[in-house]
Write a protein that binds this ligand. Structure first.
Ligand SMILES: Nc1ncnc2c1ncn2[C@@H]1O[C@H](COP(=O)(O)OP(=O)(O)OP(=O)(O)O)[C@@H](O)[C@H]1O
Ligand SMILES: O=P(O)(O)OC[C@H]1O[C@H](OP(=O)(O)OP(=O)(O)O)[C@H](O)[C@@H]1O
Ligand SMILES: O=C(O)c1cccnc1
Length: 489
């Protein structure tokens, strides 16, 4: 398997690049914006992730000789001079993006790509692939973290993930949103995520009996012992055997870490196991639970009084089982016409799918009084924000009664320069810095927006200029359509 990702794109991108090249329009300037239209899982926000992978991808974006040879074999019969152009291809565009760990919302630009049409088109597929998956998993992980409050969260998903990249980058996305460790060693090595592991049922099964299995494991790793107690019978065999092993460790001045429950009624079993451990003077031994957990089961288990300190979460998180895709899209918002940039719109029979024309900025409007976010404000780069103490009009054209003026606010630009004409101008933060940024972001929102069920809808407002341009382009389109229809009559 080769490392380069230049061909990690849909064929139609290459075909459009080729058609532009033949047409002589491949150097035409274009601006695209990536965004999603609907928040996943019914959540009130999403956690933006995927930027580091995008940066790595753009940095190494080059067609290898093998790529060129493969392209030469295609039924499209690309001209050799086009392939020669690709041989020297480097991304020379400009990219702005949200910072990883940021709280983001529907219908706001998360990534903006400006450049020659051929390069902005090529990168669409990979950018959406990285953004959609990682943002989805980071958001799922954030929901789990909301319900687990201060408990420790372990990411156990690798074996059920949709292949290796999903496991490794998914582990990173979960860590961004507050998971504490992963079982995936490659993710640990690659990103510095803390790693944790207990043992499998097979460990117990390979010995004559459970007690022997526990004792040997504890002897080998006396400082890291978590024993899986459900291989045979949790309460009549697993927990009593684990208690005996813990007592042997105590005799050596060591403390057993935890036991792990992986089946049965986790509320009932954890309460009983806690009692048995406490009665044996082992109140320091923690209880880990796993078994197809997600934010709903964890919340429910907590409501039942489960005595669980550490949650191992795999399948449901890494596959985002209840919503396996984020529908992020990448839309052309401006194109070059006679040397000048011109806003462009995508019309759809579905009003939600009509794109918002023009290259845009996103500001987070923060109340200076409360320090909390009021709305995200989308405007054109040339629009200036009101001066200190000035008034900003937030209006929702679809719901005019939702008009609101804000005064004492700070406008935080959300789209950060990442590449400037092909040059990386962004210093990638460490993963710890991204986690801190994410925590800071959560602090900026009232709990009403963060709750798991039926959250308040956070305002995303267009400036009047953006709204007016959108209406004008729709009207122009309608007029043209009307003209065509009359012509047909
Ligand atoms: N008290 C509880 N309340 C709500 N959900 C629970 C409770 N205890 C366990 N669960 C969840 O119920 C599901 C039980 O899964 P399942 O039917 O496979 O049972 P199991 O005990 O794991 O059986 P197996 O031994 O075959 O693994 C899991 O998702 C688990 O997290
Ligand atoms: O349930 P998840 O959230 O996906 O968490 C990961 C699961 O993977 C392991 O089970 P598996 O049956 O694969 O192996 P085991 O024999 O070690 O239990 C582990 O015991 C968890 O149940
Ligand atoms: O360490 C564990 O307990 C573990 C790791 C991966 C999957 N399930 C459990």
């Amino acid at each position: 398997m080769k490392a380069g990702l230049a061909l990690h794109t849909d064929k139609y991108q290459i075909n459009m690049m080729y058609a532009h090249w033949v047409n002589g329009s491949h150097e035409t300037r274009a601006v695209f914006e990536a965004y999603f239209r609907k928040l996943p899982f019914g959540n009130g926000y999403a956690v933006f992730a995927g930027l580091e992978r995008i940066v790595n991808y753009i940095n190494q974006l080059q067609f290898s000789e093998e790529d060129i040879a493969y392209l030469a074999k295609q039924e499209e019969q690309y001209e050799p001079a086009f392939l020669e152009e690709l041989r020297h291809f480097r991304f020379q565009g400009t990219i702005h993006a949200m910072k990883e760990g940021s709280l983001v919302f529907a219908n706001e630009p998360l990534i903006r790509v400006e450049g020659r049409i051929m390069e902005t088109q090529l990168v669409e597929t990979a950018i959406l692939n990285f953004m959609n998956f990682q943002t989805l998993i980071a958001t799922k992980a954030s929901r789990i973290r909301q319900v687990a409050s201060g408990d420790t969260l372990l990411e156990f998903g690798t074996r059920r993930a949709q292949e290796a990249d999903a496991a490794v980058w998914g582990a990173r996305a979960a860590y961004i949103s507050g998971f504490h460790a992963t079982s995936n060693m490659l993710a640990g090595e690659q990103f510095g995520i803390p790693t944790k592991g207990t043992h499998a049922h097979s460990w117990v099964q390979t010995f004559h009996n459970e007690q022997e299995a526990f004792d040997i494991f504890a002897r080998v790793m006396p400082d890291q012992v978590t024993l899986l107690v459900d291989t045979y019978d949790t309460l009549s065999s697993g927990v009593p055997n684990a208690i005996r092993t813990a007592k042997k460790l105590e005799a050596q001045g060591k403390r057993m870490n935890a036991i792990r429950l992986d089946s049965g009624d986790l509320a009932y079993l954890s309460i009983k196991a806690r009692q048995m451990l406490d009665d044996a003077g082992l109140s320091y031994v923690k209880i880990v639970a796993s078994n197809d957990l997600d934010e709903n089961t964890i919340l429910d288990l907590k409501a039942q009084g489960a005595k669980i300190d550490i949650w191992g979460v795999g399948t449901q998180l890494i596959t985002a089982a209840d919503q396996p895709a984020l529908g992020g899209v990448y839309k052309l918002v401006e194109r070059e016409v006679d040397g000048a940039m011109k806003a462009t719109i995508k019309i759809s029979a579905n009003p939600e799918k009509v794109s918002t024309p023009g290259k845009k900025e996103v500001y987070r409007i923060i109340s200076k009084g409360s320090g909390k976010a009021i709305a995200d404000y989308i405007c054109f780069p040339e629009e200036s924000m009101p001066p200190e103490g000035g008034k900003l009009k937030l209006f929702n054209p679809l719901h005019p009664y939702m008009r609101k003026n804000v005064r004492d606010f700070q406008a935080v630009p959300m789209l950060t320069p990442i590449f400037d004409q092909g040059q990386l101008v962004y210093e990638l933060p460490t993963l710890e810095e991204i986690r801190e940024h994410h925590n800071g972001q959560l602090q900026q929102f009232w709990p009403e927006y963060l709750r798991k069920l039926n959250p308040e809808i956070y305002r995303i407002n267009l400036s009047e200029q953006v709204w007016e341009l959108k209406q004008r382009l729709i009207a122009e389109y309608m007029e043209e359509l009307g003209q065509d229809q009359q012509d047909e009559d």
